[in-house]
Ligand binder design. Structure first.
Ligand code: RP5
Length: 176
């Protein structure tokens, strides 16, 4: 299949810590924002294309696998009638971080509302539409891992410090 369907990153600890899933190959450009950050922070992940609509059985077995492997989080991106994050959350207690992918028909409003409006009982943490959401989902997964992993904590702190410094280094700050 595709080069990103079953990929694992080479990262710190043994085995993937985070699952990154998307409803279609067409979501990859958006979800690559999460992959880049996970790599930058040295967090092991695996990537799969799974669909609530097209591969429902695979979705169920993947949720069980995530629990068996004790993933810290699943980042799930989908567009349109985006049931993937909610269905995954229904099948596993692993925290699901939902990324609404920008759809053509409704610019991602449909994706956002179908991910964020979970009825009480099965939560999905929902992020911004598109690339910003994918990046922030990865940073949020890092923050979850950082509660118990000192290495990731230090990397996340350094990432944020570098981001702050980049703003302070802007020439617009001269004379302030
Ligand atoms: C969703 O349908 C996917 O997450 C994707 O964002 C959207 C369109 O999928 P394709 O028709 O491009 O495969 O399930």
């Amino acid at each position: 299949m595709s080069d990103f369907s079953f990929g694992d990153s080479g990262c710190v600890d043994s085995g993937p810590n985070v699952g990154v899933v998307m409803g279609s190959r067409s979501d990859f450009e958006t979800m690559s924002g999460a992959l880049t950050l996970l790599e930058q922070l040295g967090i092991a992940y695996e990537v799969r294309v799974l669909s609530a609509h097209r591969t429902p059985q695979l979705l169920e077995s993947y949720a069980a696998r995530a629990e068996r492997l004790n993933f810290s989080a699943i980042i799930a991106g989908a567009g349109g009638a985006a049931h993937l994050p909610g269905m995954l959350a229904a099948f596993t207690r692993v925290p699901v971080l939902g990324v609404p992918v920008q759809s053509k028909a409704l610019s991602g409003q449909d994706s956002l509302l179908s991910i964020v409006q979970m009825p009480a009982g099965i939560p999905v943490a929902t992020f911004a539409i598109g690339l910003a959401g994918a990046k922030n989902a990865a940073l949020f997964a890092a923050a979850l891992i950082a509660t118990t992993n000192l290495t990731v904590r230090e990397r996340l702190t350094a990432y944020r410090a570098a981001q702050t410094q980049a703003v302070l280094d802007e020439p617009f700050f001269e004379g302030h």
